[in-house]
Design a protein around this ligand. Structure first.
Ligand SMILES: [Cu+2]
Length: 228
């Protein structure tokens, strides 16, 4: 749960199939991305060595120098190449709840929000450790109503989705590192006649000065964060 720029959640969870139910009780959009960290690395290391790189990059981009901004990524610590994004709830609008189930191996993870407010990454405050214990949850793989297939060509949904409670399985058939240093993922937003889809698409891309910047141009209800 979030009530501000925070994550209120357990420090340790079992391994295997685990369900994250994220209540956003804050008045800003947030997200919760899981990262499987290299041995011995903690959220504190990310806070000290990764967040400043992204912030410096963002500051330079906002100052009109994207080339210098992207050059900042040369300063990423070597261990960050080993961080494996492992899913998590997608963007969640204020007052909404997002749920996602993932399979996690035991290990040291982090949970982060990478939305921005006034050009500042929430990650400065919304970045916590999560231990995934050897002890298994005993839960089985959930069943789904629809499957979303992700490839390097885009995404497909197998069927016509009806109103009501629906469960989507997301198959990451292919994965790639995009030019913005992130992998692809799925986020669900409720749109209406007034929603500008181009604006929404631009918002999804953080190197745009208005990208991932609060407030979001639509109401998000979750999704499946990037994973291999
Ligand atoms: Cu946030």
């Amino acid at each position: 749960m979030s009530e501000g720029h925070d994550f209120q959640m357990p420090e340790e969870i079992p391994s295997g199939w685990v369900t994250f139910r994220y209540h956003n009780d804050c008045d800003e959009t947030h997200v919760a991305l899981l990262g499987d960290l290299a041995e011995g690395i903690t959220a504190q290391d990310s806070r000290e060595e990764v967040v400043p790189v992204f912030q410096e990059a963002m500051d330079l981009i906002n100052e009109g120098d994207p080339e210098a901004g992207f050059a900042q990524f040369e300063n990423m610590p070597e261990w960050s190449d080993e961080t494996v994004h492992m899913g998590g709830p997608g963007f969640v609008a204020p007052g909404s709840v997002a749920e996602t189930t993932v399979y996690l191996e035991p290990g040291n993870y982090q949970v982060e929000c990478y939305v921005k407010t006034d050009g500042l990454w929430h990650t400065a405050n919304m970045l916590v450790d999560l231990t995934v214990a050897d002890e298994e949850s005993g839960a089985s793989e959930p069943t789904s109503d629809f499957e979303v297939t992700l490839t390097n060509d885009g995404l497909e949904i197998d069927g016509d989705v009806e109103a009501g409670e629906q469960t989507f399985a997301v198959a990451f058939v292919e994965q790639m590192l995009h030019g913005n240093a992130l992998w692809h993922d799925v986020h669900v937003a409720r749109i209406d006649d007034d929603t500008d889809l181009d604006e929404l698409a631009a918002w999804m891309n953080w190197p745009n000065p208005d990208g991932l910047e609060e407030p979001a141009p639509a109401d998000f209800i979750g999704g499946a964060q990037m994973m291999p």
